[in-house]
Design a protein around this ligand. Structure first.
Ligand code: XMP
Length: 317
């Protein structure tokens, strides 16, 4: 019978047998899956594992530094790459959501590939793929393929000519969390909400600019910290803020303003396939709205998204 401890023990042994003294590279995202994969591989092969964490300029506020430090604290051999400018440059003027996804995915592969080539004799690419990803990427050949191109799986191995190792391939999300706990990974990391690969790039509707990114980062940080401080974070499956391409009139002191609108989104779900909006307390929403409008320059209106999936999706792009 399956237990997290027995999974860790068996998998570490299997990884040792399979990888021997080979060098392995892994892309970390700050998410649960890649982090658990990293710690597991580190346990099996130690310094023969190099982890790469890319700042694509579309992460949450302080995310790059915070996550990089916690990986270092966990003893991982991790390289942080600041590629913000490359992503922002390539996204300039692009408004189509799928086009944005393609650019972000392609840039990630390029940056990752360049870093991986600096590691001598690397033979394996490790991925934090979990069972639902496997199923989803099978359906990439099916009709749902054109709905959204997820870039978690695919692309990299072909380009890099590396063998692939996916130690979490047969696990569901809750099992990955339990394995992570057995590996002593911090609760804050294991309980994190999902965050899309293209990051804030698909939460800025329309074209992406560094100014919009930092505006959205501020609003998002207020909302996410608010959820944590009010004890609501763990009751929500995923939350975030969308920066809308809508300007509207407001007043600030004696001045008339004409500024941006953000939409707050918080949903419950089990797998992201269906989702319901969360009935957040009015007091909480009032506080968030005031704080965002008062503290984030360029935002003068906050709305709450009360759409379920289907027919709406969780992300707005
Ligand atoms: P939607 O918006 O389709 O989102 O209801 C369902 C879940 O998938 C995430 N998502 C993505 N994740 N690359 C990703 O890695 C993407 O392009 C992408 N699009 C959506 C979304 O955050 C939610 O958890």
């Amino acid at each position: 019978n399956w237990t997290p401890d027995s999974f860790v023990e068996t998998t570490v042994q299997e990884l040792k047998d399979q990888l021997g003294n080979d060098k392995v590279v892994l892309g970390l995202s700050g998410g649960v899956d890649s982090s658990v994969a990293g710690v597991l591989l580190n346990k099996a092969i130690g310094k023969n594992l190099t982890c790469i964490f890319v700042d694509n300029g579309l992460l949450r506020k302080n995310e790059f530094e915070d996550v990089l430090h916690s990986y270092e604290d966990m003893g991982l051999n991790v390289i942080g790459v600041d590629a913000r400018k490359k992503f922002w440059d390539d996204l300039a003027g692009v408004t189509d959501p799928e086009q944005k996804r393609k650019i972000i995915g392609r840039n990630f592969i390029e940056v990752f590939d360049e870093e991986a080539h600096k590691i001598q004799d690397v033979k394996w690419l490790a991925q934090g793929t979990i069972y639902p990803d496997v199923i989803e990427s099978v359906s990439v050949n099916g009709p749902s393929a054109t709905i959204k191109s997820h870039h978690n799986v695919g692309g990299l191995p072909e380009k890099m000519k590396l063998k692939v190792v996916e130690p979490l391939k047969l696990l569901f999300k809750d099992e990955v969390r339990r394995v992570g706990a057995a590996l002593n990974i911090k609760k804050e990391l294991l309980g994190r909400h999902p965050f899309p690969g293209p990051g804030l790039g698909i939460r800025i509707l329309g074209d992406v600019t560094p100014e919009k990114v930092s505006m959205l980062q501020e609003a998002d940080a207020i909302f996410i910290n608010g959820l944590k401080n009010w004890g609501l974070y763990d009751e929500v499956w995923q939350a975030g803020v969308m920066l809308l391409p809508v300007q509207s009139v407001g007043v600030m002191g004696d001045e008339r303003t004409y500024e941006n609108t953000v939409a707050l989104r918080a949903v419950t779900s089990t797998d992201g396939m269906t989702a319901d909006w969360v009935h957040l307390p009015y007091d909480f929403m009032a506080k968030m709205s005031n704080e965002i409008i008062n503290k984030v320059r360029g935002i003068n209106r906050v709305v709450y998204d009360i759409s379920s999936k289907p027919p709406a999706t969780i992300e707005w792009e």
